[in-house]
Design a protein around this ligand. Sequence first.
Ligand SMILES: Nc1ncnc2c1ncn2[C@@H]1O[C@H](COP(=O)(O)OP(=O)(O)O)[C@@H](O)[C@H]1O
Ligand SMILES: [Mg+2]
Length: 245
Amino acid sequence: MSTVREVHSLDASDIGRQWEREMAVRVMTAYVAHELNHPLGTIINLTNILARRLADPVVRAKDISHHIQNIKAEAIRATSVIRNMRMLTEHKPPSHESLNLIDVCHDTIARMRPIARAKQIRIRFEIRTALVRVRGVKELLETALYNLVINSIAALEDENTASRLVTVRILARDPTYTAIQVLDNGIGIPGSIRDKVFEPFVTTRPDGSGLGLAIAGDIIRLHHGRVIHQRRRTGTCMEMMLPQE
Ligand SMILES: Nc1ncnc2c1ncn2[C@@H]1O[C@H](COP(=O)(O)OP(=O)(O)O)[C@@H](O)[C@H]1O
Ligand SMILES: [Mg+2]
C-alpha cells in the first residue's frame, strides 16, 4: 500500500526521472560487467598458459616474463574500465588526446590474435590512408574496436567457410572523416534486428548481452563520430567514422 501511495504522490515527470535514473544504473552496471569480462577472461587464459609453461621441464624466463607483462596490462585495463564507463554514461567529453588510429588498431589486434587463433580465424590489418590522426581516448576506441572484432569472430565461429577472415581496415571516407572498418565473411546480421543492433540488450546469441554494439556506438558518438553497418555478399562490414584531427 505504501508503495502505491508513494507512486501516487509523485507526478509524471518525477516518475520519468526516477525511471531514467534506474535505466542509467542498469545500463551502467551492465556496461561495467560486460567490459570487465574481457580483461578478466584474458587474465584467466594467460594464467592457465603460465601454469602450463611453469610445469614444462625447461622453463624459459623470457617467455614467462612476457606472459606476466600481458597479465599486468590486462589488470591495468580492468582498473580503468569503471572510470571509462562513467565517462560514457555521464556523457563526459573525453580528454582530447592526439591519437594515431594505427596504434589503436595495432594494439587491439595484438590483444585479440590469441582469441582468433584458437578458433582458426585470421585477422588481417590494412592501412589505406595517411590521414590516421584523431582526438580521443585510446582505451575507449580500443574498446569499441574490440567489441566489433569479437562479434566478427563470433559470426565466423559456426561458419564452415574455408578461410575464416576478419579484416580491420583504416581508410579515409572524405577529407574530414577517417573510418575503421571491420569486415568478416560470417553469418551476417539477422534481418530481424538489422535496424536496432546498436540498442542496448538486443542480441541473438544465447549467451549474448546485447551490449557490445551499444557500447561501441556510445563511444563513437562521444568522439563525434558515427557507426554504421553494411551487408556484404557474405558477412558484415561495420564501420566507425571519426573526425580527423
Ligand atoms: N559481425 C557480425 N555478424 C553477424 N551478426 C552480428 C555481427 N555483429 C553483431 N551482430 C548481431 O548483433 C547482435 C548484437 O551484438 P552485440 O551488441 O555485440 O551483442 P552480443 O554480442 O552480446 O549479442 C548480435 O547478437 C548479433 O546477432
Ligand atoms: Mg558482442
